[in-house]
Design a protein around this ligand. Structure first.
Ligand SMILES: *[C@@H]1O[C@H](CO)[C@@H](O)[C@H](O)[C@H]1NC(C)=O
Ligand SMILES: *[C@@H]1O[C@H](CO)[C@@H](O)[C@H](O)[C@H]1NC(C)=O
Ligand SMILES: CC(=O)N[C@H]1CO[C@H](CO)[C@@H](O)[C@@H]1O
Length: 501
């Protein structure tokens, strides 16, 4: 009896082939907001003889690109402070929020953020200007103190890691300690040559200090936005040749202190300066064996710069580590831009990560560094956090929905199992322009289990002849010789199916 049952089950699987059961949807009119639909018991079948839709999505499962590290945001001091206050004021709301943001468990309707950027010292979203060693001239770094970080950061980090123990931590300073700079201040200026090796040791100590607190560091950068020196908040200029030099020293220090797995990431700045000889190219050209790759921000240039870099250094990693929403902008317009350029565009241009700037801010884009009220950092209307926290309540913004829709497509199917890897996809047909599509395969712990194939789709067919006219698109998905039909609403859709390895 038992063996008959097993036989019937596998016969059923073979006969039915791939099926779509799981769909997450966010629509332009917000009638669906990262809404999960389970089609059971009426899945969409992949079969032969299905007529082509108005848009035809072809999946190329054998065209394999980069494996994803995941989606995320930056835990600034300000974000941590707001989250900590939420914990004290409304314990259950806080834990609900952390679960919705960070739980990667298969089958959960949560974003499963898996990359977290943490400043080493103050940023423009801190209560005060501080580094982890503010003792002038302390070249032995005897006064180095990781607990100069406000304690609420450690509380919130511990809670995040309790929800998502495999989260990848990316750490980096907004400035070296002021005394190492010719300006004498963390606000602008550049590192003095005489402190290059001291600074490398400072960064090694940061990695060691996290390790001593129980956190393994995944990646380390030498300077946030090294071409931005601003006298109103922690920033620092660091020339590409100097980043290469210090990176080589730091790589040696990390390797000889048991941190050879910590990735060094260069550049950390905008989608410009990517021609031959420019910053990211220069760092990799001079110190390519010390750096795993480089990371980009969104505030200038276009995402295609990532591909320009990749083509010059095909073995180097590309990360996308910062973009911020602006308060008061159009919700659906932001969804379209973020999907096109970040959630779909960045991985299609080789990024392994897609990160928003602030994890959390209040309704006014605060709290900012006191005195930093000008237009220099998050000026004008202010920056929007991925989450808005207002006293004891929290809500998520457009940046949450786009990243969540992307993240669910690449999270491990098996606990502790492999992450999603980008695969080939293309769109044709009369309405091909209406869809932006990216595709991934997630491998399994047991090599005989079926692989998960997922697609993330933006339908931005929202107007015709200049007038507002949101239209769903009847599409077909071609996969290994069979076809599934699905009508994509105007908005974002993430769906998946399983296929034999
Ligand atoms: C595209 O439109 C043309 C003309 O309207 C039609 O003949 C053709 O079948 C359409 N193709 C697809 C793939 O829908
Ligand atoms: C992998 O899955 C196959 C088929 O279900 C099973 O027979 C095998 O025992 C599994 N292997 C492991 C290591 O779990
Ligand atoms: C702008 C535009 O061309 N919109 C198209 C959206 O899709 C419908 C059909 O589903 C077309 O009729 C519209 O022209």
């Amino acid at each position: 009896m038992r063996s008959t049952l097993v036989f019937l089950t596998s016969a059923f699987l073979c006969a039915s082939g791939q099926q779509i059961y799981d769909i997450f949807t966010t629509t332009w009119d917000r009638s669906s907001l990262f809404t999960y639909t389970n089609l059971s018991p009426n899945p969409i079948n992949f079969q032969s003889g299905v007529a082509a839709g108005d848009a035809v999505i072809d999946i190329s499962p054998d065209t394999l690109y980069q494996t994803m590290d995941g989606f995320g945001a930056t835990l600034t001091d300000s974000s941590a402070k707001l989250m900590y206050n939420l914990k004290n004021g409304a314990w259950q709301n806080y834990w609900d929020m952390l679960g919705y943001l960070f739980d990667i468990t298969d089958g959960k309707s949560s974003a499963g953020l898996s990359a977290l950027r943490i400043p080493i010292g103050a940023s423009d979203f801190s209560d005060s200007v501080y580094s982890w060693d503010d003792t002038s001239g302390d070249t032995s770094l005897s006064q180095f103190n990781i607990n100069s970080v406000p304690s609420y950061v450690w509380t919130v980090l511990a809670d995040i890691v309790s929800v998502q123990p495999s989260i990848k931590l990316y750490i980096l300073p907004w400035s070296p300690p002021g005394w190492m700079k010719e300006s004498g201040s963390m606000k602008g200026g550049s590192l003095q040559t005489q402190y290059f090796s001291t600074y490398a040791n400072y960064l090694l100590k940061a990695v060691q200090a996290f390790q001593n607190k129980g956190y393994s560091i995944y990646a380390l950068s030498l300077q946030n936005e090294p071409l931005n020196s601003d006298s109103t908040y922690p920033t620092g200029y660091l020339a590409s040749a100097d980043e290469a030099t210090i990176g080589q020293t730091l790589r040696g220090l990390l390797n000889s202190n048991g941190f050879s797995s910590v990735k060094l990431i260069g550049y950390e700045h905008n989608w410009i300066n990517t021609g031959e000889g420019y910053y990211p190219m220069d760092v990799m050209g001079k110190a390519g064996s010390s750096f795993a790759g480089v990371s980009f921000h969104c505030y200038e240039g276009a995402v295609g710069a990532q591909a320009t870099f990749h083509n010059a250094f095909p073995n180097a990693e590309v990360h996308f580590t910062e973009c911020s929403g602006t308060l008061g902008t159009d919700w659906w317009g932001d969804i379209k831009w973020d999907m096109d350029n970040l959630v779909i565009g960045a991985p299609q241009n080789w990024a392994r990560t897609v990160m928003n700037w602030a994890l959390a801010l209040d309704t006014s884009g605060n709290p900012k560094l006191p005195g930093n009220t000008g237009t220099d950092s998050c000026g004008g209307p202010g920056c929007r956090g991925m989450v808005t926290i207002s006293d004891t309540t929290w809500s998520v913004n457009q940046e949450f929905y786009t990243l969540a829709q992307g993240s669910r497509a690449i999270l491990p199917k098996d606990a502790g199992g492999p992450w999603g890897q980008r695969i080939g996809s293309s769109v044709s047909g009369n309405l091909s322009w209406a869809l932006r599509v990216n595709a991934f395969v997630t491998k399994r712990t047991n090599s005989s289990d079926w692989l998960r194939y997922s697609i993330v789709v933006l339908n931005w067919n929202d107007s015709s002849g200049g007038s507002w006219n949101p239209q769903p698109v009847s599409a077909t998905i071609n996969f290994k010789g069979v076809t599934a039909a699905y009508t994509f609403p105007v908005g974002v859709t993430t769906l998946w199916w399983y296929g034999a390895p």
